[in-house]
Design a protein around this ligand. Structure first.
Ligand code: TXA
Ligand code: MG
Length: 358
C-alpha cells in the first residue's frame, strides 16, 4: 500500500488539532480520534472512497460493517427509517455513551460499504467531548471501527494507534487514554426483545434497569454458530472473526474459587516453562505476587475487586504480551458481573477458546 504522512496532534494542541482533523474528515480523509471506549478510525460515512480507505488501512474484511458515530441523536433521522419505543428508551438512557443500536438504514444515507450491504446500520453517539466536537465540526456522519490493525487489540491510547497505523492514515488526534477501555455494547431490537450482539461498555444490568422487567433481553453473542443463520436471528457479522489475539498462545483459567484458580494457573505456567516456552501471566494486582517465582513476565491487569479497572487496562496488557515476546500466556479470569461480562468476552476471544475451568 502507498504510505501516507500521518499527522499526530498532541493533546496539548487539541484546538488546532480539532480544526485540522475536522477539515481532513470533511475532505475525505481518515482520522483516528479518542472515544470513551477505544480510539476509532473515522471517515465520512457517505463517501465510499473514505470508507474504502478505512478498510484498507486496517486490513479489515469488507463483510464486517462499521459503526456510524453522530454528534447527537438529532442527526439520527437522516440515517435511519424508524426508531421504535424500546429504541427510544435506550437512546434516552444511554446516549451519549457506549451503546450502539442496529437500526433500519435509510437507503442511500451512507455508503453501502459501511453496512456491508445489510439493510441495517449500527449507530452511536460517543460520550467524549473531543469525539463529539470533531464529528460536529466535520459535518459528516463518521463511520469508525476501532483504530487498530485487524486482529490486534483495540487501541486505548494514541501511541497504540501510531504503532499499528502510522503511514496508513491521515492523522491521529491524541485525547489521552480512553475511559472504558472496551468497545461499545451492540444491540438490536426485534419483535419487542433486545438482543445483545456484542457485550461492551453498557452492562446487561444497566439495560435491565432501564428497560424494566417486561422487555426480554437475550445475549445473542453466546449462542453457538449452529443456531445462528436462522431466519430473523440478528447477528453481528464481526462476531465470526478472531479478535485481539496476542501472538503467543493464551490459556484462560476460570473458576469461582480463587485459590484453586491461582493454583491451576501456577501449574499451567510452570508446565509451559518446563517445556522451554517464554511464559507470562496476566493477573489482577492482588494475585501478582503468587507468580513471582515462576516468571518475571507478570502483566498486571486491574483489580479483582473492580472489574472496570481490568476493562480499562486489558488491551494495553495484551499489547504488552507481544512487546515482551511472550509465546505462552496464562490469564486469570475475572467475575462476570457488570462490565466483567464484556471483559471475559474479550479474554475468551484473545484465548481463542483455550479455557481451563477449575
Ligand atoms: O466502542 C466502539 O464501538 C468502537 C468505537 C470506535 O466507537 N468501535 C468499534 O467498531 O468497536 P468495530 O468496527 O471494531 O466494531 C463494530 C461492531 C462489529 O462487531 C460489527 O460486526 C457490528 O458492530 N456491526 C456493525 N454494523 C452492524 C449491523 N448493521 N448489524 C449488526 N452488527 C453490526
Ligand atoms: Mg474492532
Amino acid at each position: 500500500m502507498i504510505m501516507k504522512e500521518t499527522h499526530y496532534w498532541p493533546a496539548t494542541e487539541s484546538e488546532a488539532g480539532l480544526n485540522e482533523a475536522a477539515a481532513a474528515l470533511a475532505a475525505g480523509g481518515v482520522i483516528a480520534f479518542p472515544t470513551e471506549t477505544v480510539y476509532g478510525l473515522g471517515g465520512d460515512a457517505r463517501s465510499s472512497a473514505a470508507v474504502q480507505s478505512i478498510f484498507k488501512a486496517k486490513g479489515r474484511p469488507s463483510d464486517n460493517p462499521l459503526i456510524v458515530h453522530l454528534a447527537g441523536p438529532e442527526a439520527l433521522g437522516v440515517l435511519v427509517e424508524r426508531v421504535n419505543e424500546i429504541e427510544r428508551t435506550l437512546i434516552a438512557n444511554f446516549w451519549p455513551g457506549p451503546l450502539t443500536l442496529v437500526l433500519p438504514v435509510r437507503p442511500g444515507a451512507v455508503s453501502p460499504l459501511v453496512t456491508a450491504g445489510l439493510d441495517t446500520v449500527a449507530v452511536r453517539v460517543p460520550a467524549h467531548d473531543m469525539a463529539r466536537r470533531l464529528i460536529a465540526m466535520s459535518g459528516c456522519p463518521v463511520a469508525a471501527p476501532s483504530a487498530n490493525l485487524s486482529g490486534r487489540p483495540s487501541p486505548t491510547e494514541a501511541h497504540h494507534v501510531m504503532e499499528d497505523l502510522d503511514g496508513r492514515i491521515d492523522g491521529v488526534l491524541d485525547g489521552g487514554p480512553t475511559g472504558v477501555g472496551l468497545e461499545s455494547t451492540v444491540v438490536r431490537v426485534l419483535d419487542g426483545s433486545v438482543h445483545i450482539l456484542r457485550p461492551g461498555g453498557v452492562t446487561l444490568e444497566q439495560l435491565q434497569q432501564a428497560l424494566g422487567p417486561n422487555v426480554p433481553i437475550t445475549e445473542q453473542h453466546t449462542i453457538s454458530t449452529d443456531a445462528v443463520g436462522q431466519a430473523e436471528t440478528p447477528r453481528s457479522p464481526g462476531v465470526k472473526y478472531t479478535h485481539y489475539a496476542p501472538r503467543g498462545d493464551m490459556l484462560l483459567v476460570t473458576g469461582g474459587n480463587s485459590e484453586r484458580l491461582i493454583s491451576a494457573a501456577q501449574h499451567a505456567a510452570e508446565e509451559a516453562r518446563r517445556q522451554g516456552r517464554r511464559v507470562g501471566v496476566l493477573t489482577p494486582a492482588e494475585h501478582a505476587d503468587r507468580y513471582r517465582n515462576i516468571t518475571h513476565d507478570i502483566i498486571v491487569c486491574g483489580s479483582i475487586h473492580a472489574p472496570e479497572t481490568a476493562a480499562h487496562a486489558l488491551y494495553a496488557a495484551l499489547r504488552e504480551c507481544d512487546e515482551r515476546g511472550l509465546d505462552y500466556i496464562v490469564a486469570e479470569g475475572y467475575p462476570e458481573t457488570g462490565i466483567g461480562a464484556a471483559l471475559m468476552n474479550r479474554l475468551r476471544k484473545a484465548a481463542g477458546g483455550h479455557e481451563l475451568t477449575v
